[in-house]
Ligand binder design. Sequence first.
Ligand code: NAD
Length: 494
Amino acid sequence: MNQITHWINGALDTQKVERSGEIFNPATGKVTAGVALADGATVDRAVDAATIAFASWRHSSLTKRTQILFTFRELVLQNKERIAALITEQHGKVLSDAAGEVTRGLEVVEFACGIPHLLKGGFSEEVSTGVDVYSIRQPLGPVAIISPFNFPAMVPMWFFPIAIACGNTVILKPSEKDPSAAMFMADLWKQAGLPDGVFNVVHGDKESVDALLNHPGIKSVSFVGSTPIAKYVYETGTKAGKRVQALGGAKNHMVVLPDSDLELAADAAINAGFGSAGERCMAISAIVAVEPIASALVARIKSRMADIKTGDGAKGADMGPLVTAVHRDKVASYIDAGEKAGATLVVDGRDVKVDGDGFFLGPTLFDNVTPEMTIYKEEIFGPVLSILRVNSYEEALQLVNSHPYGNGTAIFTNDGGAARRYQNEVEVGMVGINVPIPVPMAYFSFGGWKNSLFGDTHAHGTEGVSFFTRGKVVTSRWLDPSHGGINLGFPQND
Ligand code: NAD
C-alpha cells in the first residue's frame, strides 16, 4: 500500500516510520494509503532544514522570489485537475468544488507575486535636520502552518505563498486525513526552483503539532481548524513566545428578511448549506427566517433538496460523502438529537441510499429550531440546515450576535438600508449581502470574530504580509559631505 511520508529539505523522508495513520477514499470507504505520523525527532529535522534554508532564502532577491512564485503559479494551474482529483479521492468533495478550491488558493499565489510592492516600507526625509527615518519589513524565520481536512489545498495556500514571498521558510502540517494535495504542491515548488528546505511538509497528529508549538526554532504558527484546538494552539503557541493566528470553527447564519427574493434565498441556502456536504467553515447552517416568509422559504428549500444527487464526487454527484465514518456518524447523531429536542425534521438525510460502503449522509432540513437546541448551539460540519423563525430584524440580529461563533453571515433583502444596518451591527467577521458565502478574496483578509479566531491577524491580504514579517524602523544621519571627511569635490566650508 502507498505510504505517504514527510517532505523535508526538498526530498521524501527516508527515515523508518514508527507510527502511521490510514487514508480513506470516503466515497468507497476503502483504505487507499497510509500516512506517517511525525514524532518530535522528525519535527526537529524539518525545523533544522528550514533553519538552514532561511539563512540564504531571507537574502534572496525580490526578483528571484517573484520569478519562483510565477513559475509555481503556472505549475499549479497546469496541474489543477490532478490536484482536484487527489482532493476528491481523500476528502470526498465533488471535482468541481475541489478545482474551485485550487483556484482560490492560486489567487493568493498571484497576490504574493506582487511582493516587491507589498514589502515596500515608508520613508520620511528630514525628520530632524539631516536625519531621515524609514521602515523596513523583515521575515520571521521558519514558520509553521497547521491546516484542517476540509480545504487541503486552499487553506495551506492562504498562508505559504505569502510566508515564502516574505522570505520565511515553512513547515506545513496538513490534515492527516487528506495529505496528498500538500505533497503534490511540495513537488511543484521544487520544480519551480524553490531552494530545498524552504518548504517542508510534516504529517501527523497532536504529537507533531505539540512539537511544532514548543519548538524554539519555530517563529510563528498559522492554524486553521476546530475551535477547541484553535484555542489550545493559540494558548500553547503564545505561551511559548510565538506569534499565532488560529482560525476556529463556525456557525454561520443567513438572515432572510420578508422583502427578499425567496427564489434567490432558497438557491443560496442549497449551495451554502450542502456544498461540500456542509464541510466548509463558511457553510450556512442556520437560516433565520423573519416572518411571515418562513413557510414559503422552507417549501422552496425542500423542493430543491429533492434534486440533490448524493454520491461519489468523482462520478458526477452533486454532493459527496463526509470525510470519515466517524464524522458521518457524529453528524447523524446531531440529526437524532434535533429530532429528540422537538425540531421539525422536514428532510431526513439518514434515509439516503448510495451503493457501496462510502460515508454518505443525505441533505437534511430542520424547521422550528430554537436557540437552546444542541443542533443550533454546536457546529455540526455536515449537510444539516436549521430554520429558526423570528418576528423581526431586531430579533434576528440579537440571535446572530448572541452566538459564540462569528465567522461568516449573510443577509437576504431588497432593502439597501436594512443591509447597511446589518453590516454595521452584526458581530461577525465576514458578511454577505444577497451572497451566501462571502468567498475569501486574496487581496482582502479572511477571518472571523469571537470563537472563530484566536489572535488578531486574519489570513492573507496585507494582514498576511504583516503577520509574516517584523517591522523595523531606522533613524539615520549621514553627515553632509561639506562637513569634511574625504573631499568628494563638494564646495568646502572655511
Ligand atoms: P481539527 O481541529 O480536528 O484539526 C485541525 C488540525 O489540527 C489538523 O491538522 C489536525 O491534525 C490538528 N489536530 C487535531 N487534533 C489536535 C489536537 N488534539 N492537538 C493538536 N492538534 C490537533 O479540524 P478539522 O476537523 O480538520 O477541520 C474542520 C474544522 O476546521 C471545523 O471546525 C471548521 O469550521 C474549521 N475551519 C475553519 C476555517 C476558518 O477559516 N475559520 C476554515 C476551515 C476549517
